[in-house]
Write a protein that binds this ligand. Sequence first.
Ligand code: PMP
Length: 354
Amino acid sequence: MSRFADYNINKITPYVPGEQPRVQKYIKLNTNENPYPPSPKAIAAAVSETNKYNLYPDPECRELTEKLAEEFSVGIENIFVGNGSDEVLAFIFQGFCEGGVAFPDITYGFYKVYSEIYNRTAEIIPLKDDLSIDYNDYLNVDKTVVIANPNAPTGMVLEIEDIEKILQCNKNNLVVIDEAYVDFGSMSSVRLIKEYDNLVVVGTFSKSRSLAGARIGYAVSNKYVIDDLNKIKFSFNPYSLNRATLAAASASISDREYFEECISKIISTREKFKLKLKEMGYLQTDSKANFVFVKHPYLSGEDVFEKLKDSGILVRHFKKERISDYLRITIGSEEDMEVVIKELSKLVDDRGNL
Ligand code: PMP
C-alpha cells in the first residue's frame, strides 16, 4: 500500500480470481470456463475486425444491442452491454445502492468487494442449512437485492415465482438477478422486466458462449435503468468493449446451433458426473450450472483439492466457513470428467492415507 492511497482503497479486500496456471498443464476446472472453443463464426468475425483497430469501436454497441434485444424479445432501450458482467455489476453497485445492498453469505465473491469499494452497507444473509436461498429472507430488506440465479458456488436455483415475491416486496429498490449460469438448465427472469420496473437481469457471454476471454456482459431492464447505466458508462469509458469482442459476441448470438450443441453436451456431462459422484458417496448440491459443488463425508476439502492438484486437476476450494469441505468443480469435456472421476474414486478408496 502506498502512503497516497485513499482510506476506502486501503480497507478493501480485493476479489481473488481462480488460479490461471502458466507453467504446468492442468485439466483446468477452477473458473467455470467452457471447455469448448467459441463458435468458429465468432472467431472469424473477431479476426476480421482487427484490421479496423485504427478506429474506435461503436460506443453504443448497436449491433450487439440489437441482437440481444431480439434474443430476449425486448426493445434495444432495454439492453445495456459492458466489459464482462463484472463491469455491469460494478456499475450497479456504484449507481443504485445508496440505501445498502443485501445478498447471501455464500455467493459470488465480487458482491462483497463491490460493496466495499463503493462504500455500500451490506446485509449479508445466510443461506439455509442445505445451502439454498430462502426468498422470505429478502422480502422486506428494503435494500438493493443481489441474487445469483443459479447461485454460485452452489449452482442451486431460486424459482421464478419466489423472485417475483421479492420483486413485489421491494418496490423501492432494484432486485438484481445475476444469470451468469442460467443457460445450463434453469429459467431466466427476463420475461418479468415488462411487469417489474425494479428488476435488472445481468448476463454474460463468459460461460455458455465460450467467450470468457473476450469480456462481454449485459443487463436487461426497463429503459430508465438502462439509461442510468449508460450514463455511468459514458462517464467512465465509452469504448469499454473492443471491436473484436463486439464482433465475436454478435456472431455468437447468430450461431444458435453451435451454442445449443455446446450447452447440451455440458448438461449431459454434468448429469453423468453428478450420478457418478453420488455412486462414489460424495455429497452435492443440486447444481443447474456448469459446475458441481461437492464434498465427501469423510474427506477434507483442502486435502482433496491438493490431491487433485497433484494429479494435474485444478478445481476451486474456498477457505470459508460452512463450505471449506466443498469443492467447486467446473464441468469440462466428457474426457476431462472421466479423469476426475478416476481420481476422486481413488481418493475414496485410499481415504485411510489422507
Ligand atoms: N456472476 C457470477 C455469478 C459469476 O460466477 C461470474 C464469473 N466469475 C460473473 C458474474 C462474472 O463473469 P464475467 O465478468 O466473466 O462476465
